[in-house]
Design a protein around this ligand. Structure first.
Ligand SMILES: NC(=O)c1ccc[n+]([C@@H]2O[C@H](COP(=O)([O-])OP(=O)(O)OC[C@H]3O[C@@H](n4cnc5c(N)ncnc54)[C@H](OP(=O)(O)O)[C@@H]3O)[C@@H](O)[C@H]2O)c1
Length: 273
């Protein structure tokens, strides 16, 4: 639990609200008044105050005053102006956690003139506490601040620290864009079920539980996927016939190309910012 630490959010949009709601739902933060959000839209502020009992302000400077942790949750296009306002205004001993896609640690350190920066990449299921967040810290982040980061990110699901920031772009391609790839596969399987005669409801339930069961089996057995796949692939059998079509259609290459293209796009956007 983050006892008595003031947390400032810069930006109270979709991601900001998700993190606030998870921090409060998991009792990671037990006093809502310890959270303050810097957000320009008055109606949004009112909504957040009513829903969560937190404090809000239209002034980012006011938000960071006295904050032990500052969470940057604005869109990349407004980051530069936000950093200009906050430069030299965040307490040197505070930890800054950024969820802004593509904003590198050196650019955040320089833009804010602040040494302790953690850059994160959360994916969509953080919304329900089953997310995956990969993170990397600047050299000046202390052990205590690393632990605080873990406590915050664990409220959103699994967290993985990486030594090098390069891995964050890879994580974006695999676990963030990857969420979209998985949903497309799920959609394709459901459509295939409908095509062979199942109702959409039946197909959806079958596909979801098949995927959930397969994932759980891998998590529990730690087996290589090929080992588990071979268990259901009897010689000349039904699964073998279907797998042949997937291989013939280039499934592995298509997936690999999708991840590679997503990585290239992420790196390009990172360079542009
Ligand atoms: N959505 C995702 O799944 C996801 C996943 C990983 C990372 N991210 C990253 O998370 C960040 C936030 O994304 P989001 O989806 O939460 O965006 P969002 O809903 O647009 O939230 C950003 C919020 O910041 C506010 N804002 C704008 N200018 C501001 C300023 N000068 N000071 C303080 N607040 C300001 C916006 O207000 P207005 O509405 O007035 O602009 C909005 O409420 C992005 O950098 C994105 O790359 C998102």
């Amino acid at each position: 639990m983050l006892t008595d630490l003031q947390i400032a959010f810069i930006g109270g949009g979709t991601m900001g609200e998700i993190i606030i709601s998870r921090l409060l739902a998991t009792k990671t933060v037990d006093k809502p008044e310890l959270i303050i959000v810097g957000e320009p839209v008055a109606a949004r502020c009112l909504d957040l105050e009513k829903k969560y009992g937190i404090r809000t302000t239209s002034s980012n400077l006011e938000a960071v005053q006295g904050a032990a942790i500052v969470i940057l949750a604005v869109k990349p296009q407004v980051l530069a102006s936000v950093m200009t306002t906050l430069k030299d205004k965040i307490a040197p001993e505070a930890l800054v956690i950024s969820i802004v896609a593509g904003a590198s640690i050196p650019s955040l350190c320089q833009g804010l003139n602040h040494a302790a920066i953690v850059r994160t990449m959360p994916n969509l299921p953080v919304e329900i506490g089953h997310g995956t967040t990969v993170w990397s810290a600047s050299e000046n982040v202390t052990e205590i601040q690393r632990s605080l980061t873990q406590v915050i990110l664990q409220a959103l699901g699994q967290e993985f620290a990486t030594q090098s920031e390069n891995y964050l772009d890879m994580a974006t391609a695999l676990s963030s864009a990857g969420t979209g790839f998985v949903f497309l596969y799920i959609e394709a399987m459901i459509d295939a079920g409908v095509q062979i005669g199942l109702t959409r409801t039946q197909a959806q339930e079958l596909v979801l539980y098949t995927i959930a069961g397969s994932v759980e089996m891998m998590l529990q057995t730690h087996e290589h996927p090929a080992v588990l796949r071979n268990k259901v692939t009897s010689p000349g059998g039904i699964t073998a016939a279907g797998l042949y079509e997937l291989e013939k259609g280039g499934l592995r290459t298509v997936v690999s190309n999708a991840v590679l293209t997503a990585l290239t796009r992420t790196q390009k956007l990172s360079n542009m910012s």
